[in-house]
Design a protein around this ligand. Structure first.
Ligand SMILES: *Cc1c(COP(=O)(O)O)cnc(C)c1O
Length: 403
């Protein structure tokens, strides 16, 4: 099929022109700074020989797409950028962080396999474990987040995967990733890590023994609370397993969302530096309040995970938690309900500050958590730190009045 010739179509009917007009120039490179949002389901083959060559080709990590579900060049640009940032062989865009998690896990396991996951894992992980994995006959066992090399004792001959996250969701304990990875590999297991908190700017999982990384690009990568995207990056040894799962489950990530993720990367370093700085300032102020029993933030020197964070990470993002002493719900509501700069809602990593009461004891199954304390997860946004502290201070005054 020849490309569109705009001069030749004048004699055709409007119906035919509607199909053909304007498709010629669209393929010619215009040297914009950013790759375009490249939409497409069908990808045309110019000749029979090209079609047959594409059909005969074995799966290759960086082959061009032959159908839109595999992504257009917009997705490929984002995937290549993520692979390079992670020092990975291959990156995959997924429609959400949760989808990345599910595809990566399902790709590696079969009936009878055993998975080890930390008890502070991102809570919706348990939906995969209790749903699809249980139906497949795959068993998930939760381990204490600070187990370190002790993970060796939990490994079974059927342990296919050791899942990790650093720091863990809600409670921010810092695991020893290299020690867990070394023990897992000695036992023949593959190591997955959720690196959404640190991003590749502050932690490189593959350089610390991890095999496959999943990330919620929804958070810091997109950074503007306006889209959901997930990423899987993998070493060369495992890319085909991941590819089988991602393609076999039919995942596709829209080019608009891949574009937003790629654009988010451009400013991520400056945003993260600010999120980190503001997060630490808020944590300092909060630590001085008498109602705050503990600040859970591995970049603070008094945090139990600080030494490991210092050894392995080059920075902290803006997400942490505080534990408040036991108080009536009305006092907690007085604090969170009338803040003007902190929104209350799920997700994080956007430009705006968030505060969220969380209840880890309700999701944990292998380790306990003191349920009398009120835990607040805080995301430090890009507002001026002093304004955020003023807002929190007013909230604390209202909370005290309600006590
Ligand atoms: C939000 C989040 C996810 C899931 O990402 P979505 O894009 O919301 O599906 C996974 N892991 C962690 C640690 C998260 O915070």
């Amino acid at each position: 099929m020849t490309r569109i010739d705009n001069h030749a179509i004048a004699a055709m009917t409007d119906d035919t022109n509607l199909v053909r007009l304007g498709r010629g120039e669209a393929y010619q490179a215009c040297d914009t700074v950013n790759p375009p949002v490249w939409r497409g389901s069908t990808i045309l083959f110019p000749t029979l020989a090209a079609l047959e060559a594409a059909e005969a080709a074995p799966p290759a990590a960086h082959a061009p797409s032959s159908y839109g579900r595999q992504g257009t060049p917009t997705a490929a640009a984002f995937e290549a950028a993520m692979a390079a940032l992670d020092g990975a062989f291959k990156g995959f865009a997924l429609p959400s962080g949760m989808a990345a998690m599910a595809a990566a896990i399902i790709g590696f396991v079969k009936t009878g396999d055993h998975i080890l996951a930390p008890d502070n894992v991102y809570a919706p992980f348990r939906r995969i474990a209790n749903g699809v994995l249980r139906k497949m006959g795959v068993m998930v066992e939760y381990y204490p987040p600070l187990i370190g090399a002790g993970i060796a004792e939990r490994l079974r001959p059927t342990t296919r995967l050791v899942y990790t996250e650093a720091p863990g969701s809600l409670t921010f304990e810092m695991p020893d990733i290299p020690a867990i990875a070394a023990a897992a590999h000695a036992g023949g297991a593959v190591v997955l890590m959720d690196n959404s908190w640190a991003t590749p700017l502050f932690f490189k999982p593959l350089a610390h023994g991890v095999d496959v990384v999943i990330q919620a690009a929804t958070k810091y990568i997109i950074g503007h609370s306006d889209a959901l995207v997930g990423v899987i990056t993998t070493t060369k040894d495992h890319w085909q397993t991941v590819n089988e799962a991602v393609r076999g489950l039919g995942y596709h990530t829209g080019p608009d969302d891949c574009y937003l993720a790629l654009r988010g990367l451009r400013t991520m370093a400056v945003r993260l530096a600010r999120h980190q700085e503001t997060g630490l300032k808020l944590a300092d102020w909060l630590a001085d309040q008498p109602e705050v029993v503990r600040v859970l933030h591995p970049a603070r020197p008094d945090d139990p995970g600080h030494a490991l964070w210092r050894r392995d990470f080059s920075g902290a993002s803006g997400l942490f938690a505080i534990a408040l002493r036991p108080m009536p719900t009305a006092a907690l509501a007085a604090l969170v309900d009338s803040l003007s700069l902190f929104g209350m809602g799920y997700s994080w990593g956007g430009f705006e500050s968030l505060i969220l009461p969380v209840q880890p004891h309700k999701v944990r199954s292998a380790t306990g958590w003191d349920e009398t304390q009120r835990l607040l997860r805080i995301h430090a946004g890009l507002e001026t730190p002093a304004d955020l502290i003023t807002d929190l201070a007013q909230g604390f005054v209202r909370m005290r009045a309600a006590l």
